[in-house]
Design a binder for this molecule. Structure first.
Ligand code: PLP
Length: 376
């Protein structure tokens, strides 16, 4: 018999979602606007404490609009975390601006404040900084924000993976000029696809909604004085989001439990270190990850192969963007200025473990047993 598939992070639906979707159908609000869209924005504002929110078609669209609203244009420099998914950076290139990649630090795996300071020595006037809270772990926001403030650079927080994570009691995504969340299928809650742009400034979110609906001027006829986008979330999709948001805290609790189970199980194997959690924050533990000691005979590839044999899904750590062929021409800044990079080291020695909240105790035992057996 085929072994059951154990997922990295798949959608977990509860039934509430369908009620909101049904309501959208029953009232024929099957459109890129409607009561679910408005309600999801309000509910996200209430949940995260963000001032204002705009529901969009994707997290990537939210990053793109944030850059537009900050006036990023051709030739501008934007500082961005290197250790992340390409979607963090691609919108910089949509605007023909120049990404400058910033290395990670070991304590959170996120943007290194020292490397960020060094980047300013070379590029004193970046148009924006995009900071990622990778795998749900909050970055060193105090230090990063101080540096940004000192230089007068607006901060965009890519909180696509960290919805529900807090730093000093406040939600990630609500510290910068803009924050973005993703509701992609693998995220902690999902609408199948979708995203949210948040900002403390109402006017910016009003402009975001305008740009996201083809920049239509207020006139009876179709009039446009700017180029816009078709980036709005649909009312059906937003219904799924409203149902999911009711379970975000529960998803976070289960994700944290998965992380704790792995941490305790692997404590006895000195070659294994779990991904860091910021002690100043409360991470949503979206994905549980590990790194293996330098020179360890058990490599990430061996672990991923062994898990695949058990039909369990694991993944490499994001390959740093400064190592991607498509970004080969872009600059990369480390804390010490040397060629050794922390992000590359984490990528080479790390992997993401199955972190699906539907994993049973037996699934977890199978995963843990499989990993441990490689060290015998
Ligand atoms: C998922 C993700 C995104 C993009 O979100 P989409 O909704 O898929 O466009 C951006 N940044 C990071 C770090 C992500 O993990």
């Amino acid at each position: 018999m085929e072994k059951k598939r154990i997922y990295l992070s798949s959608p977990t639906m509860h039934g509430k979602e369908q009620e909101f979707v049904k309501e959208a159908f029953d009232t024929n609000w099957v459109a890129p606007l409607g009561p679910n869209v408005d309600a999801l924005e309000k509910e996200m504002e209430a949940f995260t404490g963000a001032g204002h929110a705009a529901a969009l078609s994707a997290g990537t669209a939210a990053i793109h609009l944030a850059l537009r609203l900050l006036g990023v244009k051709e030739g501008d420099v934007v500082f961005v975390s290197s250790l992340t998914f390409c979607a963090t950076c691609n919108p910089i290139v949509y605007e023909k601006a120049a990404p400058v990649f910033i290395d990670s630090e070991r304590d959170t795996w996120n943007m290194c404040p020292r490397a960020l300071e060094r980047a300013y020595e070379k590029y004193p006037h970046p148009k924006a900084v995009i900071l990622v809270h990778l795998y749900g772990t909050p970055a060193r926001l105090d230090e990063i924000m101080n540096i940004c403030r000192e230089h007068g650079t607006p901060l965009i927080e890519d909180a696509a993976e960290s919805l529900g994570s807090t730093y000093r009691g406040r939600h990630t995504g609500t510290f910068g000029s803009f924050g973005i969340y993703s509701f992609n299928g693998n995220k902690i809650i999902t609408t199948s696809g979708g995203g949210m742009l948040v900002s403390p400034e109402e006017e910016q979110i009003r402009r975001a909604r305008f740009l996201a609906t083809q920049a239509r001027d207020p006139a009876r006829h179709y009039q446009h004085s700017q180029i816009g986008f078709n980036y709005r979330m649909s009312n059906v999709t937003a219904g799924i989001g409203r149902g999911q948001l009711m379970f975000l805290e529960e998803h976070k609790r289960l994700k944290k439990e998965i992380y704790r189970t792995y941490s305790e199980a692997f404590e006895e194997i000195p070659e294994i270190t779990m991904n860091p959690l910021n002690p100043e924050g409360d991470a949503n533990c979206w994905l549980s990850c590990m790194t293996l000691e330098e020179g360890c005979r058990v490599t990430p590839d061996r672990i991923m192969d062994a898990l695949e044999k058990e039909n369990a899904e694991s993944r490499p750590i994001w390959k740093p963007l400064h190592l991607q062929p498509v970004f080969a021409e872009c600059d990369f800044v480390t804390a010490e200025g040397g060629p050794e990079s922390v992000s590359e080291d984490i990528f080479r020695r790390g992997l993401c473990l199955p972190s699906d909240i539907k994993n049973t105790e037996e699934d977890m035992e199978l995963i843990i047993g499989t990993v441990k057996s490689l060290f015998e």
